[in-house]
Design a protein around this ligand. Structure first.
Ligand code: HEM
Length: 386
C-alpha cells in the first residue's frame, strides 16, 4: 500500500478548485485510506461506479454489518434491496406521475418574477436571492407541501450540509442534529397536514394499496425535501457560475437541441455531490487493496466525473457530450430519484437567463461554501447589465 496522500477537502484551495488535486489522486492514488474520515477513498470512475452498482458487496444499510439502527428510523435512503425495492418503486412511480412540464412552467414563472424584481438592483447575491427561493419553490411544488420560511429553511439545510462533513469536522454534529430534528418536525407537519397535489400525496395514496409501513414514508418525506432543496440550490449556483465563467457556453445554449446534454454536462463538470459512502459487507479488493467487512468506502463522484478514462477532454465543457454516464446523480440502487426535476430546474434557469432583457454578469469575486460533501458557491455577487 502506498503512503496516503494529503487530502483535506475543506482546505480553502480545494474549495476554490478541487479538480487539479482530484487529477493527481486519480493518477497516483486510485484508492487510499483517510484516517480522519476512517474511510477508503476511491477516485477513479470505473471503481466508483462498480462500488455503487454492487449493493450486495457495498451496502448503504449499516444493519448489514451489524450496526443497530431501529426499524422505525428506516427510510428510502437507509434501506437496501430487497426491502428497499417496494418503497423505491412506490416513490419513483409517484415522481413519474408528476407533470414535468407543468412543474417546469411554474418554476419558469417564479424565476421570471425574481429576475424582474432584481433587474433594477445594483447587485445581488445569486445564491440567497435566486438559487434559494427557486430551490425552495420547485421542491415544495413538486412534493406538494407548503413552502417553509426561506430563512428558517436555509439554516436547516446549511446544518444538514455541515452534518455531512462531520467525519472531517466533528464539531458540526450538534448543529447538524438540531437541523435534522427541525426538518423532521417540518416533515411531520407536512405528513399530517392537508393533502395537496404532488409527490407526497401520490405516495400516501399508493402506500395503503402497497401495504407499505407508513413510517418509511414519513421518514422519507423530510429526506426527500432536503435532497431536492440542497442539490437544486447548489446546482443552480455551480451551473450558473460555470456559465458566467464560460459566456460562449451560455450563448450556445440558445440552441435548444443542446439544452438536454448541456444540463447534464454542467452537472458532470461541477456538480454539487462530491462523494457518497457505502460500507463493505465482505472482504474484497479495489485496485489490489484489501477492504475488510465493516470498512467505509467513499466514492469521490466529482473526481470520477473528470476521469479521462471515461470522459474525453474531461476538463472541458462539452455541451453535446454523448455518451455522458456521469455520476453527478449517483448510480445504482440509491441513484437520484428526482434527477429529471433537478434537470428541469437548471434548464429553466438557463432559459430565463437567455430570455432576460439584460445579461447577467459577475459583480464581484464569488466565494465557496466551506462544505466538503456538497459543493456550491458561498457568496455569488451578480448584476443584470443596465
Ligand atoms: C440537479 C439536482 C440534483 C442533483 C445533482 C442530485 C444528486 C443526487 C445524488 C448524487 C444522489 C445519490 C446519493 C448517494 O448515492 O448517496 C441523489 C439521491 C437522491 N436524490 Fe437527488 N439530486 C438532485 C435533485 C433531486 C431532486 C429534485 C430530488 C427530489 C425530491 C432529489 C431526491 C433525491 C433522493 C430522495 C435521493 C436518495 C435516493 C436513495 O437513497 O435511494 N434529488 N441525488
Amino acid at each position: 500500500m502506498t503512503v496516503a496522500p494529503h487530502y483535506d477537502p475543506l482546505d480553502p484551495a480545494m474549495l476554490e478548485d478541487p479538480y487539479q488535486h482530484y487529477a493527481d489522486l486519480r493518477e497516483n492514488h486510485p484508492i487510499f485510506w483517510h484516517e480522519g474520515m476512517k474511510s477508503w477513498v476511491v477516485t477513479r470512475y470505473q471503481d466508483c461506479r462498480d462500488v455503487l452498482r454492487n449493493n450486495e458487496l457495498f451496502a448503504r444499510d449499516r444493519r448489514r454489518v451489524g450496526e443497530e439502527i431501529p426499524e422505525f428510523r428506516q427510510s428510502l435512503q437507509t434501506l437496501d434491496p430487497p426491502s428497499q425495492a417496494p418503497l423505491r418503486s412506490l416513490i419513483m412511480n409517484a415522481f413519474r406521475a408528476q407533470d414535468l412540464d407543468a412543474v417546469g412552467r411554474r418554476a419558469r414563472g417564479r424565476i421570471q418574477q425574481l429576475f424582474k424584481d432584481l433587474a433594477e438592483r445594483d447587485s445581488f447575491d445569486w445564491m440567497s436571492e435566486v438559487a434559494a427561493p427557486v430551490a425552495l419553490s420547485i421542491t415544495a411544488d413538486l412534493l406538494g407541501v407548503p413552502e417553509p420560511d426561506p430563512g428558517y429553511y436555509a439554516e436547516i439545510s446549511e446544518g444538514i450540509a455541515q452534518r455531512m462533513d462531520a467525519g472531517l469536522k466533528p464539531a458540526n454534529i450538534e448543529q447538524g442534529d438540531r437541523a435534522r430534528n427541525q426538518l423532521n418536525a417540518l416533515a411531520e407537519e407536512w405528513f399530517a397536514g392537508e393533502d395537496r397535489p404532488g409527490v407526497l400525496k401520490d405516495i400516501k395514496d399508493r402506500a395503503a394499496e402497497a401495504r407499505m409501513p407508513m413510517h418509511y414514508i414519513s421518514n422519507s418525506t423530510g429526506m426527500m425535501f432536503n435532497a431536492s432543496y440542497g442539490t437544486v440550490f447548489a446546482t443552480a449556483g455551480n451551473a450558473v457560475l460555470t456559465l458566467l465563467q464560460h459566456p460562449w457556453a451560455l450563448e450556445r445554449l440558445r440552441d435548444e437541441r443542446l439544452l438536454g446534454t448541456g444540463v447534464d454536462e454542467l452537472v458532470r463538470y461541477d456538480g454539487p455531490a462530491q462523494g457518497t459512502s457505502r460500507v463493505a459487507t465482505r472482504t474484497t479488493e479495489i485496485q489490489g487493496t484489501t477492504i475488510e467487512p465493516g470498512q467505509i468506502v467513499l466514492t469521490l463522484l466529482a473526481a470520477a466525473n473528470r476521469d479521462p478514462r471515461e470522459f474525453p477532454r474531461p476538463d472541458e465543457l462539452v455541451l453535446d457530450r454523448t455518451p455522458n454516464r456521469h455520476l453527478g446523480f449517483g448510480w445504482g440502487t440509491h441513484a437520484c430519484v428526482g434527477a429529471m426535476f433537478g434537470r428541469v430546474a437548471v434548464r429553466e434557469l438557463i432559459v430565463c437567463l437567455l430570455a432576460a432583457p439584460q445579461r447577467l454578469r459577475l459583480a464581484g469575486e464569488p466565494t465557496r461554501r466551506p462544505t466538503a460533501t456538497v459543493r456550491s458557491p458561498g457568496l455569488f455577487p451578480v448584476t443584470f447589465d443596465r
